[in-house]
Design a protein around this ligand. Structure first.
Ligand code: TYD
Ligand code: MG
Length: 435
């Protein structure tokens, strides 16, 4: 619990019973106004996540664990924007100007005409939105947890300060049509307010995630008033900054081994983009009374569900075994379409029979063991085909009213429709091998 002091001032007029003036209403058709004008950075992975460029006057929040690379990403973004002729300010409340310069050096971007400052006072920051010879286009605030407004008493980083600072900056920036990019550290302790307290105030929220042990990072969009959500951008942290990964599936599958039991490839979908990843399972006899269940990169509740369905509906015995599940490469998968690949990896590990190397899976498992359809099967298969896969196991397509002919098949993948998890078990178990 943190103490918050209530604002003493009650807006005038609210208590006086004074009448407001009527609103001016508009039609839904744009009145002479053309499409949204968007600013592209030229970093394809970033532009995709922003929904095709940043909209002037919008506020964006980039959250992530400390040290994951938020400052690096935003410095690269500002440098690109500055080089394309936009006026950009980079305000760091965490690092001295020299430190930011060092980073720019490392990124080989020192020549970009970015205006740097080290500051934490919101009043000063707002005052500097005006100065200069031309209007400001973009501003980075790194990080919002270091900023403070002087008429609020709590310390920087507290919920009250973070909220008040962001509100003031956003209000001022919107008036001047400036894009603001806020950095927000995700914090484990409640002492410092995390980015969540700002999510409702900004136009777009992105999280920069990744595993410290791996070099690649994923920028994931969770809210966007100007575009689709759930888009991802994939980067690799290299010596000279973040490098775009244009074909993430290739990267995620790069270290896959041939003929190993317990490995299945998921033809997944992240936002609008198909991504192939390897699901690894290990089923091992447990020496413990309560066997272990460890999951990396997936939801442990879903694993528990798939295991229960395999036991109750398909007759597999897994309750006495330790079970480990890993999404290779460090990416986090959230979509239910991964169920089928997880089940396949589990069955394969249990039986010791490898799954064909050139096969992908997608489909959701229901509690009765039925395999449910998921979105965009064609897109998933096309990506699999592009990467050299030749077979796919997927749910039966739902028959929709109006479907006259069989669904279009754009791929040459050999398909296997799976209607029940039992079919998959039967298909992957020794009997099949003998036959
Ligand atoms: P940083 O952007 O400072 O993280 P954040 O702002 O999210 O706290 O990134 C810090 C890490 O990135 C640091 O461990 C060093 C690494 N790094 C590189 O590997 N290559 C680079 O070119 C740069 C600038 C940083
Ligand atoms: Mg930083």
């Amino acid at each position: 619990m943190t103490e918050e002091t209530a604002e003493a001032t009650i807006p005038k007029g609210m208590t006086s019973g004074k009448k407001g003036k009527g609103l001016e209403f508009h039609s839904l058709t744009s009145e002479g106004q053309t499409k949204l004008d968007r600013h592209l950075t030229g970093i394809t992975e970033f532009d995709r996540v922003t929904g095709g460029g940043m909209v002037p006057g919008s506020a964006l929040l980039i959250g992530g664990d400390p040290g994951i690379g938020k400052s690096t990403l935003l410095l690269q973004v500002v440098c690109r924007m500055a080089l394309s002729g936009k006026r950009c300010l980079y305000i760091s409340g965490e690092e001295a100007v020299d430190q930011v310069r060092l980073r720019a050096d490392r990124l080989q971007m020192s020549h970009a005409p970015v205006e740097l400052a080290s500051a934490t006072s919101v009043r000063d920051i707002i005052a500097s939105m005006d100065g200069g010879t031309r209007p400001v286009d973009l501003m980075v605030i790194d990080s919002i947890q270091t900023m403070y407004v002087d008429n609020v008493e709590s310390a920087p980083g507290t919920v009250t300060q973070v909220r008040a600072s962001a509100q003031e900056i956003i209000r001022a920036a919107k008036k001047k049509n400036i894009i603001v990019l806020f950095v927000g550290h995700v914090t484990k302790e409640g002492q410092i307010a995390g980015p969540r307290v700002l999510e409702h105030m900004v136009d777009a929220v992105m999280y920069f995630e990744g595993d410290r042990g791996h070099s690649f990072r994923i920028l994931r969009n969770v809210k966007n008033r100007f575009g689709a959500t759930d888009e991802i951008g994939v980067f690799e942290m290299a010596e000279e900054g973040l490098v775009e990964v244009l074909n993430p599936s290739e990267l995620f599958l790069a270290q896959r081994q041939d003929h190993i039991a317990g490995s299945a490839v998921l033809a997944g979908l992240e936002g609008t983009r198909p991504v192939l990843v390897e699901v690894q399972a290990l089923v091992a006899p447990s020496p413990l009374g309560t066997p272990r269940r460890a999951v990396i990169g997936w939801d442990s509740n879903r694993l528990a569900m798939v295991l229960a369905v395999l036991e109750a509906r398909c007759g597999l015995t897994l309750s006495g075994s330790d079970i480990f599940l890993n999404i290779a490469g460090g990416i986090r998968i959230t979509e239910p379409a991964a169920d089928l690949a997880v089940a396949a990896a589990l069955i394969s590990s249990q039986t010791g029979i490898p799954i064909p190397h050139d096969m992908v899976f997608f489909g959701e498992v229901g509690l009765a063991g039925e395999i449910r359809a998921v979105s965009q099967p064609d897109l998933r298969m096309k990506e699999a085909e592009k990467l050299g896969f030749t077979q796919a196991a997927y749910p039966k397509r739902p028959h929709r009213k109006g479907d006259t002919k069989t669904p279009s098949r754009h791929t040459s993948l050999k398909g296997k429709e799976i209607t029940h998890l039992e079919d998959l078990v039967a298909w992957l178990t020794p009997a099949r091998k003998a036959a």
